[in-house]
Design a protein. Structure first.
Length: 353
C-alpha cells in the first residue's frame, strides 16, 4: 500500500516502482484506491482503472486536480533510482511526480477553501478511444464538474494554458505502374510526391496570441509510404502529415486548411482532436495564476485540458515534471520541484478567491 506520510519525492519513487504501462494500470490503481479510502474526509469511487476522490464541504467553488496513472512502455528504467535531487524512472516526469503531489494534497489538505476532486485515470498515453478521462466524462460526468481543472502534466512548475489541436492526414499521390527496366512507360508516384514535400518545406507556420499566450502552429510530414517491388515503378505514394494548430481554430477549420494546402491531391483525414483555449479570463483561472505567481505560457502539444474545455470548464496544465524528459530512457524529475509544486498548490487550495 502507498504510504501517504512519505514526502512528495519519496512518494514519486514509490509510484514509479509500481509498473503501470497503458492498459496495465490495475495494480497501481488498486494501491491508489486503498490509500484514498483510508482518508475519512474524502468520498472515493472506482471506475475501471480510474480512481476518483472528492471533498463535499459545501464550498462556493470546486477545483479538479487530474493526472494519469499510465506510462509509456518501460525502457529498463523501473524500479526508480536517485542521484542527488534527481529521481529517475519511467513516468517520473510524465507524470507520477504530479500524481504524488495530488496524493499528498488529498491526504494533508483536509479543509481546503475549495471543494476538491482528485482524478487518477488510465490510458492517457494511447489512442483517444481508450482514454480514461474520456470514459469518465461519459460514465461519471458529475465528478468532472468544477469551476477550474488543473492537470498535473509536466510543465517544469510553470502554468501552461490551453493546448494545441492535432490532426493527422494522408495525402495520396497517384502514378502508373511499369517495369523498372522501362520506367519511361510509367509514372513514378514517389517522384511525383516531391511537390507535396516542397509545400511542406516552404510552409510558414501561423503564430497567434491568445490571452497573452503565443501559439506557434506546425505542419510536418511524419511518414512516406510507397513502393511495390524492387522491379516495379510505384503507382501510388502516400505522405502522412501532422498538423498542430492553435486553439482558435476548430477541427473543421483545420481540415479546410490542410485540404486547401494540398489542393489537387486526394486528402484523407485520419484523426483529429480539438485544442483548448487558455480560458484565463475566467475568474477561477485568474485567481490560480495570481496564487501560483507564474506567467502563463502556451501549451505546445495536446493534453486532456481539451476534454475539460469541451465541457465548458477552464483548465490549465501545471506540474513538477520536465516535458522534455517525458518518454525518454533517462526520464527524471527534480525532487525540489515536486516539493515546490505541492507547496504552491496547497497554498492555493487554502486561500479562497
Amino acid at each position: 500500500m502507498l504510504d501517504l506520510a512519505l514526502d512528495g519525492p519519496a512518494l514519486t519513487a514509490a509510484l514509479v516502482d509500481v509498473p503501470s504501462e497503458s492498459g496495465a494500470e490495475a495494480a497501481l490503481a488498486d494501491q491508489v484506491e486503498q490509500a484514498l479510502r483510508g482518508l475519512p474526509h474524502l468520498a472515493v469511487r472506482r471506475d475501471g482503472d480510474a480512481v476518483l476522490a472528492r471533498t463535499d464541504l459545501a464550498r462556493p467553488a470546486r477545483v479538479v486536480l487530474a493526472g494519469h496513472l499510465d506510462t509509456v512502455p518501460i525502457a529498463g528504467n523501473v524500479p526508480s533510482s536517485q542521484a542527488g535531487d534527481l529521481i529517475y524512472g519511467c513516468g517520473a516526469s510524465d507524470m507520477k511526480s504530479g500524481d504524488a503531489v495530488m496524493l499528498r494534497l488529498a491526504a494533508h489538505v483536509r479543509a481546503p477553501a475549495y471543494d476538491v476532486t482528485y482524478i487518477f485515470y488510465d490510458c492517457e498515453e494511447v489512442e483517444a478511444t481508450r482514454n480514461g478521462l474520456g470514459r469518465l466524462a461519459r460514465t461519471q460526468p458529475d465528478w468532472l464538474r468544477a469551476d477550474l481543472a488543473i492537470l498535473l502534466e509536466p510543465t517544469n512548475g510553470e502554468i501552461e494554458a490551453g493546448c494545441q489541436g492535432t490532426m493527422r492526414a494522408t495525402v495520396t499521390v497517384p502514378g502508373r505502374r511499369a517495369h523498372s527496366a522501362r520506367s519511361w512507360l510509367g509514372v513514378n508516384a514517389i517522384h511525383a510526391a516531391v511537390p507535396v514535400l516542397d509545400r511542406l518545406v516552404s510552409y510558414r507556420p501561423r503564430e497567434v496570441e491568445i490571452d497573452g499566450c503565443g501559439y506557434r502552429e506546425g505542419l510536418n510530414a511524419i511518414a512516406v509510404d510507397g513502393g511495390v517491388a524492387g522491379n516495379v515503378i510505384p503507382d501510388e505514394c502516400q505522405v502522412g502529415v501532422n498538423y498542430r494548430f492553435a486553439p482558435d481554430r476548430s477541427v473543421e477549420q483545420a481540415a479546410d486548411h490542410v485540404r486547401e494546402l494540398f489542393d489537387g491531391y486526394d486528402v484523407r483525414l485520419d484523426d483529429a482532436a480539438a485544442g483548448a483555449l487558455p480560458g484565463l479570463a475566467a475568474a477561477a483561472a485568474r485567481h490560480f495564476v495570481e496564487a501560483i505567481g507564474s506567467t502563463p505560457r502556451a501549451k505546445y502539444g495536446w493534453t486532456d485540458v481539451a476534454r475539460f474545455a469541451a465541457l465548458g470548464i477552464p483548465a490549465v496544465n501545471y506540474g513538477p515534471g520536465d516535458p522534455n524528459l517525458a518518454h525518454t530512457r533517462e526520464e527524471h524529475v527534480d525532487a525540489r520541484m515536486v516539493v515546490r509544486c505541492e507547496q504552491r498548490l496547497a497554498a492555493y487550495l487554502g486561500h479562497p478567491a
